[in-house]
Write a protein that binds this ligand. Structure first.
Ligand SMILES: C[S@@+](CC[C@H](N)C(=O)[O-])C[C@H]1O[C@@H](n2cnc3c(N)ncnc32)[C@H](O)[C@@H]1O
Length: 318
């Protein structure tokens, strides 16, 4: 397996993952939803029984390559959410959260209400031995930000299991890569990776698509491994990862006092709080709680001062 660390392999996940010992700390799978999407090399409309049987096979292989303490997240649409939840339990997984990612910019419809959510199952392999890093995903509470309540937990609160903060990536968004029809936002993956892995862990995505999981894992200092059926998508993923590496490298000069991770974590907290860097810098109270939460999340020693946070936010705002 060591020759596959930090790579994406072009091939069918059922073939590539077969016969490998457990090596993953975290798996994120966003399979085709069987709703007729046009992918480069995959026909996304098969008979329902065939689809469920196929899901059973790749989920079972993912369980095999997941470490005992590992976490397994699956994104799925309404049509097969119930089936995949049952399959996970049949495979011995424990469901810890049924997250609903509620996004803005859903696709417009006339005949029924517009769909604006995706289900994300958070399973673990071992209900007692799993790893969860709560400090890394905490957000400021309303008690802190709105009510200035002295009883507020200074470490903020855990996010709800309905995620409203992250819009779907529209064609016009800067983050949009363009070669793939279903690119997920990095912010969704960043929360999952922060909560269920630590630096140096192995993050795996069997349906890599545009490479969101892999590139986000790399930016967060995790190892990654992915499989993807389409050769063209794999080429696009490799370019995306290379371009992120180039950015990280050029940041070293621009950003000498702080690490790329400091910048990434600052942007991640802005996204989680739905605020812009400029709004934080301008608002004394917001800046105070933002700094508190940055220190909770990163557990940095020495802690960030407000001035330091302001200078990182200044770079982000450019
Ligand atoms: C929903 S997309 C994943 C999107 C991804 N989460 C992202 O953010 O870009 C599903 C991907 O799975 C790929 N795929 C379908 N069947 C596959 C298989 N058997 N093995 C590997 N990849 C497969 C498709 O080519 C498609 O790119």
């Amino acid at each position: 397996m060591s020759d596959k660390i930090d790579t994406v392999v072009c091939g069918d996940c059922l073939e590539v993952l077969g016969g490998i010992d457990s090596f993953c700390d975290l798996i994120f799978a966003d399979p085709p939803f069987n709703i007729g999407y046009q992918y480069d090399q995959y026909h996304d409309k098969v008979r329902p029984e065939e689809y469920v049987d196929w899901c059973r096979r790749w989920m079972s292989l993912c369980c095999d390559v997941l470490k005992e303490s590992g976490s397994f997240y699956i994104a799925i649409g309404d049509d097969y959410a119930a089936e995949l939840c049952v399959l996970g339990k049949e495979l011995g997984l424990t469901l810890r959260n049924w997250v609903v990612w509620h996004y803005t910019f859903g696709q417009q419809t006339k005949a029924k209400y517009a769909r604006s959510h995706t289900h994300i199952f958070y399973f673990v392999k071992n209900a007692k031995e799993f790893k969860f890093y709560d400090h890394a995903v905490r957000v400021p509470s309303e008690r802190q930000l709105i009510y200035a309540d002295k009883r507020a937990n200074p470490k903020g609160k855990m996010p709800d299991d309905t995620w409203n903060e992250y819009p779907r990536l529209c064609g016009t968004f800067k983050e949009r890569i363009g070669f793939h029809p279903c690119q997920m936002p990095e912010t969704v993956l960043a929360r999952i990776i922060a909560g269920s892995s630590k630096k140096g862990d192995m993050v795996m995505d069997p349906f890599s698509g545009s490479g969101t999981t892999l590139v986000t894992a790399m930016k967060m200092g995790r190892h990654y491994f992915g499989t993807e059926l389409s050769e063209d998508y794999v080429e696009g993923i490799n370019q995306r990862i290379q371009s992120a590496k180039d950015d990280m490298h050029s940041d070293r000069n621009l950003f000498y006092k702080f690490s790329y991770t400091d910048k990434f974590e600052t942007a991640r907290l802005c996204a989680d709080m739905a605020v812009t860097p400029e709004e934080v810098v301008k608002d004394e109270k917001l800046l105070y709680y933002f700094t508190v939460l940055m220190n909770v999340r990163t557990q940095r020693e020495p802690v960030f001062t407000e001035e330091e946070i302001c200078s990182i936010l200044g770079v982000l705002g450019k």
